[in-house]
Write a protein that binds this ligand. Structure first.
Ligand code: AMP
Ligand code: GLY
Length: 420
């Protein structure tokens, strides 16, 4: 099989490693790729959000399968263009990717499908925002209505800060901002592969959204992750498939927006059961970096089965025993304006997954984005995996780098609890 993978991040490097390891893959092309992906694939230039350019590249490399990593190309219609060129694509159409691209659309679909989620108000101006904040009370949750890579959300007890974020979201477009009820409970990322009808869940994972230890500071794209979740209720996956995934997929089919690809369910496990915080239309980053090292099912065949509507015929997923932990190394300044160009050393070890890295003029590896790389460890249990991830992290250095020291710590200590 000839595979074209679109994207440049840590998720894409992890996908590339698994695709390259699948014996069915005879050619792997990544576009635009990063220095880590260059080790396992041929890199090509492309503007990932240009549907015609991606479809042309897929045709040129005679791809049997295109895998789209990030959300922006999906929202821009890249999967539609690839399918129109007669090539199988793992990734939803623009119509279905609105599930991630528009918080208001996502809420509308969830309400129609009776999917449990936070009550929310889409507000068109400051007065509506203020009324919604008072209706739901603190902690306040205010969300930008567009794509914001996880950074468009403010969760705060400070009403003035909530209003200020709403103003900032409203200002550039005079569009709308979403205010919602706060969901109390541990967060879980459950990824489901789907061809629009059949749904195959992966292991549940947990991501760490805040920049600082102890879940302090602003939200980021994700600072670390682990899987599986030793504390999760045993019925979690079945409950989410029944109450969230199947109703949602049905509603999308009914709206002519069949979802084919990876449905990312971001959930809060509340006292009233799992509720959806957000959907994403692609693999999560950095959860992918802990799930794929545990997955023993060959990845290309699995994604091809989903892309071609044959997921129901695919054998069940198989997983390695044990656990995986990944720790992100971010640039100084992230999640604000990251400082780039810092020299990185130690990043060629196995288990280092590249995100925002580049080669400087002299060939040295330098930082080129907010989240620079992550170090993944696996082990027979979470404690062993965590130790391995941090051991590897300690051997990768970058001036000014930021890293959380508590990824998976509460789970190892057994202090994560689901409210009842
Ligand atoms: P989102 O971009 O919607 O995923 O939000 C980013 C992060 O903000 C989530 O991962 C949560 O940590 C937090 N968050 C968003 N919405 C809520 C909510 N309704 N209740 C509690 N936390 C939330
Ligand atoms: N890990 C969060 C995300 O991928 O959006």
């Amino acid at each position: 099989m000839r595979v074209l993978l679109i994207g440049t991040g840590g998720r894409e490097h992890a996908l590339a490693l698994s695709l390259a390891a699948d014996p069915a893959v005879e050619l792997l092309v990544c576009a635009p790729g990063n220095p880590g992906m260059a080790e396992v694939a041929e890199l090509r230039e492309v503007v990932p959000t240009d549907p015609a350019a991606v479809a042309a590249l897929a045709t040129e490399v005679r791809a049997d399968l295109v895998v789209v990593g990030p959300e922006a190309p999906l929202v821009a219609g890249v999967a539609d263009a690839v399918r129109a060129a007669g090539i199988a694509c793992f990734g939803p159409s623009a119509a279905a990717a609105r599930l991630e691209g528009s918080k208001a659309f996502a809420k509308d679909v969830m309400v129609a499908a009776k999917v449990p989620t936070a009550r929310a108000r889409s507000c068109a101006g400051r007065a509506e925002v203020a009324a919604a904040l008072d209706e739901f009370g603190a902690p306040y949750v205010v969300k930008n209505d567009g794509l914001a890579a996880g950074k468009g959300v403010v969760v705060t007890d400070d009403r003035a800060a909530a209003l200020a974020h709403a103003d900032a979201c409203l200002a550039p477009t005079d569009g709308s901002v979403v205010v919602e009820e706060y969901l109390a409970g541990p967060e879980v990322s459950l990824f489901v592969l789907t061809d629009g009808t059949a749904a195959v869940p992966m292991l549940a994972a947990q991501d760490f959204k805040r920049i600082g230890d102890g879940d302090t500071g602003p939200n980021t794209g994700g600072m670390g992750a682990y899987a599986p979740l030793p504390w999760a209720p045993p019925t979690l996956t079945d409950d989410v498939l029944r109450d969230v995934v199947h109703p949602l997929l049905g509603e999308l089919r009914a709206r002519d927006a069949t979802f084919n690809g990876l449905l990312y369910c971001g959930l809060a496990l509340t006292a009233d059961g799992p509720k959806v915080i957000e959907f994403n239309a692609r693999f999560g980053d950095p959860e992918t970096q802990v799930l794929l090292p545990l997955l023993t099912t060959p990845l290309a065949g699995l994604l091809y089965a989903a892309a071609t509507g044959r997921l129901a015929e695919h054998p069940p997923l198989t997983w390695r025993e044990g656990a995986a932990v990944t720790v992100v190394l971010a640039s100084a300044g992230y999640p604000g304006t990251p400082e780039t160009g810092a020299v990185i050393s130690g990043a060629d070890a196995p288990g280092v997954v590249h995100a925002g890295t580049a080669r400087g003029a002299d060939g040295a590896l330098v930082s080129a984005g907010g989240r620079v790389l992550c170090t993944t460890g696996t082990g027979e249990d979470l404690a062993a995996a965590r130790a391995a991830a941090y051991r590897l992290a300690g051997s990768v250095t970058m001036p000014g780098g930021q890293r959380r020291s508590d990824i998976a710590l509460a789970a190892v200590q057994g202090t994560v609890t689901v409210p009842r």
